[in-house]
Design a protein around this ligand. Structure first.
Ligand SMILES: NC(=O)c1ccc[n+]([C@@H]2O[C@H](COP(=O)([O-])OP(=O)(O)OC[C@H]3O[C@@H](n4cnc5c(N)ncnc54)[C@H](O)[C@@H]3O)[C@@H](O)[C@H]2O)c1
Length: 472
């Protein structure tokens, strides 16, 4: 769906008129382009608290971005740590003394906060961001790396938890399409940071802001990994893939190298076939709520050598306040949006169709986080998806299978096109980006979770909502 307001606001005349009237001008967000080889382009400043443990991985990861150049603040507490990490990683880092009007523009600000041990040391945040935050380029990337609070002693836990408030506020203060996110890393899991770093610093995270992801210990070794085709050799199945977000997920997973089985209900057969043809995939017609569906899916996937990735995307709304809701609306939404996912997961695990090291990615919703008038059934189902992710993550760890969910906010699809105009406009604008997201934004986050490089990332819920005010 097109956003007419955004198109007019960004035209030559529109820009002048909208600025004069002090109306928000939603930035045209930078998104991943085919053939792009540098996940971030431009100047990046790396800093942090003294004693941070992530500097080396950040610099080795940035070596994979040929069009990025790295700076660190001269005279800052972490300068010596950053330069020492630069020597070990072989990345060159320029020491930089910011001056108010030096005209510099930075695409990325990366702050390693793992060295912060107590609230007094939170001061390192001000020292780093204050001199450079005004120099952020359009569609900039702010990334804070912290220590998982639950693994810290009390003083450190308190300080590290503070980082959530920091990134959420930075996301809200930042203009022009800049995003701010947080990665909590367990001690000793720093080598697993490459995948979230690449994702959150890239245009693939265009509509993801104010989010946190946890990275735990894992054995993924990035030496020789093909970051351009991270899903090469993998087989994925996407439910509800005939249109909307599901079709975009199938396209992005295929772009990233996966063979994709696309599934949808028989009445969507024509659209489904079209998606399958576009991506050289396999179409599977099935209603996921049918009694035979889990077995059918398992058998179809077995015929392809098993599944590495299952994306539970199919979902429906049947909105009515609970008082006026027919029981069939309740039953249908619960069955499609969560119960069928439980049954399919069980079958895939029982049959061992989901390969060792597999990925389960679910699609929740900000309605499942915040609740929504007229959506008791939908919000219950989408909150239950979160419960499934959190409950299954530790159980699946033994087989190196991860499970995560995205929680989309307002995404431009046929589902949101059906919302009455005034409510639709409010949903679209009530976020830090002043615009709705695109299906591809959800798909990029799903591909990040699906990557073999994301082995240390499990049990997370990431909102793809442009930092919507709803439920924030
Ligand atoms: N669009 C948004 O703003 C938004 C926001 C939050 C969450 N979501 C979630 O994202 C997912 C995709 O949403 P969308 O906007 O692309 O919706 P959509 O209606 O465009 O697509 C959903 C697809 O699921 C399929 N489907 C429905 N029931 C099925 C069943 N029983 N078996 C197999 N397939 C079935 C449909 O045929 C359809 O192709 C859903 O889970 C939805 O709840 C969407």
């Amino acid at each position: 769906m097109s956003d007419v307001y955004q198109a007019i606001a960004n035209s030559a005349v529109g820009k002048k008129v909208f600025s004069t009237l002090n109306l928000p001008i939603p930035v045209m967000l930078e998104r991943h382009q085919p053939g792009e080889t540098s996940f971030i382009k431009g100047k990046v400043v790396l800093g942090g608290a003294a004693g941070g443990s992530a500097f080396e991985t950040v610099l080795s990861t940035l070596k994979g971005a040929p069009q990025a150049s790295v700076y660190t603040l001269s005279g800052a507490a972490a300068e010596a740590d950053v330069q020492a990490a630069a020597r070990t990683s072989g990345e060159s880092v320029t020491s930089y003394a910011p001056e108010r009007d030096d005209g510099e523009k930075f695409k990325g600000l990366i702050f390693d906060a793992t060295g912060i041990r107590n609230t007094a040391e939170l001061r390192a945040i001000w020292d780093f961001f204050n001199p450079v935050i005004r120099k952020m380029d359009k569609c900039g990337r702010i990334l804070v790396i912290g220590r998982t609070p639950e693994t810290c002693d009390l003083a450190q836990r308190i300080a590290q938890r503070g980082l959530v408030g920091l990134v959420k506020s930075l996301g809200k203060e930042s203009k022009k399409g800049t995003i701010a996110n947080l990665v909590y890393v367990d001690q000793g899991a720093e080598s697993q940071l490459a995948s979230p770093l690449q994702f959150f610093l890239s245009p693939k995270a265009a509509y993801v802001s104010g989010q946190k992801v946890h990275v735990g210990a894992a054995t993924f070794d990035s030496a020789g990994f093909n970051w351009q085709q991270p899903l090469a050799g993998k087989t994925a199945l996407v439910t509800g893939a005939a249109r909307g977000i599901g079709a975009a997920i199938a396209q992005v997973l295929a772009r990233d190298g996966a063979k994709v089985i696309v599934l949808d209900i028989p009445p969507m057969a024509d659209d489904l076939k079209q998606v399958a043809e576009q991506i050289n995939g396999i179409a599977l017609e099935a209603d996921i709520t049918a009694a035979e569906a889990p077995k059918l899916i398992s058998d179809a996937a077995k015929a392809q050598g098993g599944l590495d990735i299952i994306v539970h995307n199919a979902g429906v709304t049947r909105d009515k306040t609970l008082a006026g809701m027919p029981d069939k609306f309740w039953d249908m939404v619960i069955d499609i949006n969560i119960a069928s996912e439980e049954r399919i997961n069980q079958q895939l695990l029982d049959d061992k169709t989901l390969n060792e090291g597999g990925r389960i990615v679910c699609v929740s919703s900000i309605s499942g986080i915040a609740g929504n008038m007229g959506q008791t059934n939908y919000a219950t189902s989408k909150a239950a998806v979160i419960g499934m992710v959190q409950g299954m993550a530790p159980q699946l760890a033994e087989r190196h299978i991860t499970i995560n969910a995205v929680a989309p906010g307002f995404i431009e699809t046929q589902m949101t096109a059906a919302i009455p105009f005034a409510i639709r406009e409010a949903g679209r604008r009530m976020n830090s980006m002043n615009q709705g997201g695109q299906p591809v934004d959800v798909a990029e986050t799903i591909s990040f979770f699906s990557s073999p490089a994301s082995q240390g990332v499990s049990g997370n819920i990431v909102r793809v909502c442009g930092q919507s005010l709803i439920g924030a």
